[in-house]
Design a binder for this molecule. Structure first.
Ligand SMILES: [Zn+2]
Length: 412
């Protein structure tokens, strides 16, 4: 049977020694009682950090620590209270105990690390904890990580929304385009939503430091940005514009083939996503399939060409050339009677400044999309992100460690 001294050497809690132990071999539980070593008597107020020589009184707390072999470890630790003149009688600061919850710091770290690559449910099973406990530990783990890291400056921001389903509807996501990291979540997608970000999260200096914002052509966001950061250039995101082009071609497809029953309907079936894909991403067989479709309907063919050629707009570096290309693109719509594309052209002209701004201020394209993709992955994987703060920290951690950055390939 090991002695308390040996237990102290195995436990390795700096500054603490084991003075009593109890082994329950049947249930595989090892309990250790620890207190400060002689010479480790500098107490600190947990509230303000003031140092004390004398304690007010002492107490015992039981926390779970990392397992030893098959044994579950419970450590009973003697903690003191200090008579702080500023804060009143307070508990001392114990670095080994990061929160009021009954776990040691290294136990929480182990659970938090496990949560980075596994779902809360899997981690719960492995550590024999409740799932809600695992989430609470993970949240504290992430909060500690966030508290001690330096925040990069925000020069280019992305704003986008995520559709959360019928009940919660939209979530506004603000991200840092340079670090590809989400910064803030807000409920809904109103002007007031984004206003809240500027008001609550940034100082006047930080707001003045923002040079560009990459957004969807969504009026409330534009209004908010113009109000809070007048110097910031609004750049309409290529991926959003191409999304609108995809919606337009989908509309043409529906209008052209909807009423045609029978054989024609059969032929078109399953080609929807082909029409939404880029030509260069298709296999020869898929290209043949599309060509069959085009042979049947010239309008759909024309619409496909328009959609395919729109993304060349972002290859230009001079706004004159970009504008020329856009005008040429719009010219092709003449006599085509492609209603959805006409609407798209109107939309592009109305947002012309923001499209041309891409030539004036280069922003990385596709980051907004990648950030959103990561958040959606998290949402799909683990239910129970009712706590938006938790979701945000999780997504930030993911971006910082780059574990699973979803590259947005489809429209690339
Ligand atoms: Zn104090």
């Amino acid at each position: 049977m090991p002695t308390d001294n040996e237990f102290t050497r195995i436990l390795q809690w700096p500054g603490y020694r084991v003075y009593q132990h109890k082994i329950d071999e049947k249930n595989k539980i090892l309990e250790l009682w620890v207190r400060r070593k002689r010479g480790n008597r500098k107490l600190e107020c947990s509230c303000c950090g003031r140092k004390f020589e004398e304690a007010y009184d002492s107490n015992e707390r039981a926390v779970r620590d990392l397992p030893w072999s098959e044994f579950k470890i419970t450590v009973h630790i003697e903690v003191y209270r200090v008579p702080c003149p500023d804060c009143g009688v307070r508990i001392e600061k114990v670095p080994l105990l990061p929160s009021k919850a009954p776990f040691s710091k290294r136990f929480e770290e182990a659970v938090g690390e496990a949560c980075e690559s596994a779902s809360a449910r899997q981690v719960a099973r492995r550590f024999k904890l409740a799932e809600s406990t695992v989430r609470a530990i993970d949240l504290r783990y992430l909060e500690r990580w966030a508290a001690k890291r330096r925040r990069p400056a925000l020069r280019q921001m992305g704003v986008d929304e995520i559709h959360m389903g019928k009940k919660q509807k939209f979530l506004t996501v603000v991200c840092n385009l340079e670090t590809a990291e989400p910064l803030w979540f807000g409920r809904e997608r109103k002007q007031e939503t984004l206003d809240e970000f500027f008001r609550e999260e940034l100082s006047g200096r930080q707001r003045r430091g923002i040079e560009a914002a990459c957004v969807d052509m969504w009026e409330p966001y534009r209004l908010s940005i113009e109000q809070w950061t007048p110097q910031c250039k609004i750049v309409y995101d290529k991926f959003h514009i191409l999304q609108h082009a995809n919606e337009a071609i989908d509309e043409v497809r529906r209008a052209e083939f909807f009423r045609k029953g029978g054989r024609m309907r059969e032929l078109v079936k399953g080609k929807r996503w082909l029409l939404l894909s880029r030509w260069m991403n298709l296999t020869p067989g898929q290209r043949r399939g599309l060509n069959q479709l085009f042979a049947l309907n010239r309008k759909v063919f024309k619409a496909y060409l328009l959609k395919e050629s729109l993304d060349r707009l972002w290859t230009y570096h001079y706004e004159g050339a970009m504008l020329n290309y856009l005008e040429g693109w719009i010219d092709q719509l003449r006599w085509q009677r492609l209603e959805p594309f006409q609407k798209l052209a109107m939309m592009l002209l109305e947002h012309l400044e923001g499209i041309l701004n891409y030539c004036r201020t280069k922003v990385p394209l596709g980051v907004v999309e990648a950030v959103n993709g990561n958040i959606k992955t998290l949402l799909r994987r683990g239910r129970g992100y009712k706590n938006l703060r938790y979701l945000l920290l999780k997504a930030q951690r993911m971006a910082a460690t780059r574990t699973e950055l979803v590259v947005f390939r489809k429209a690339a």
